[in-house]
Design a protein around this ligand. Structure first.
Ligand code: SAM
Length: 200
């Protein structure tokens, strides 16, 4: 069985967007991975030679074929640690581009909710932005990114930032998401192969 119901959201995302590839090995990063259901689904739906790294503030019980790192994604050092993890295989780091080693960045990160909707929205957008920075720094051209976001006024600005980095950006609410919940996903595909600035 899966470690959480979140598994079904990822299954729907992959069914619709085909982010995992059975035919070739991929480097996959799962942000906010605890308790590990998304990593279970990724493991099932990707090529068996793929590398999966899950990151969370919380400790995660070991899962065969998956690596975990307990760290805070709001710290730059965590992004650098992820980069180093996948860079171990790169024989020679010749240029910036050789540091782009990841195929899929996925984020289901969410903080502990408060009772203030607007505050929760802003915090969720902060976590999405942390995911986008990871993409900016280590996602390969043509790579994919998707992240959970809570509805609110800053969603559109976040989507615009994503559109600078990706050819295709969509909003998607899996059926497995509670209707009443304000969460949905921003799905970004085809990272552009150009140097851009994320600043407005
Ligand atoms: N996708 C997971 C699964 O399938 O098991 C469920 C993820 S749960 C909805 C959200 C997770 O995001 C929590 O475990 C939380 O600890 C983590 N999280 C929140 N803020 C974070 C941060 N700043 N850095 C890393 N993880 C964070």
């Amino acid at each position: 069985g899966y470690r959480s119901r979140a598994a079904y959201k990822l299954k729907e995302i992959n069914k619709k967007y085909h982010v995992f590839d059975k035919k070739k090995s991929q480097n996959i990063v799962d942000l906010g991975a605890a308790p590990g259901a998304w990593c279970q689904v990724a493991k099932e739906e990707c090529n068996s030679n793929s590398k999966i790294l899950g990151i969370d503030l919380l400790e995660i019980n070991p899962l065969r074929g998956v690596s975990f790192m307990q760290a805070n994604m709001l710290l730059k050092s965590t992004m650098l640690a992820i980069r180093d993890y996948f860079n171990n295989d790169v024989v020679q780091k010749t240029d910036d581009k050789s540091l782009l080693t990841v195929d899929v960045v996925m984020s289901d990160m969410l903080h502990n909710l408060t009772s203030i909707r607007f505050k929760d929205h802003l915090k969720s957008v902060d976590l999405c932005n942390a995911g986008l920075v990871v993409c900016f720094n280590i996602l390969k051209p043509k790579g994919s990114f998707f992240c959970k976001i809570l509805a609110g006024p800053d969603v559109d600005q976040f989507v615009r930032r994503c559109s600078k980095l990706f050819d295709n950006v969509e909003k998607f609410k899996p059926r497995a998401c509670n209707d009443s919940s304000r969460e949905f996903y921003i799905v970004c595909r085809n990272k552009k192969d150009i140097k851009i600035s994320l600043k407005e």
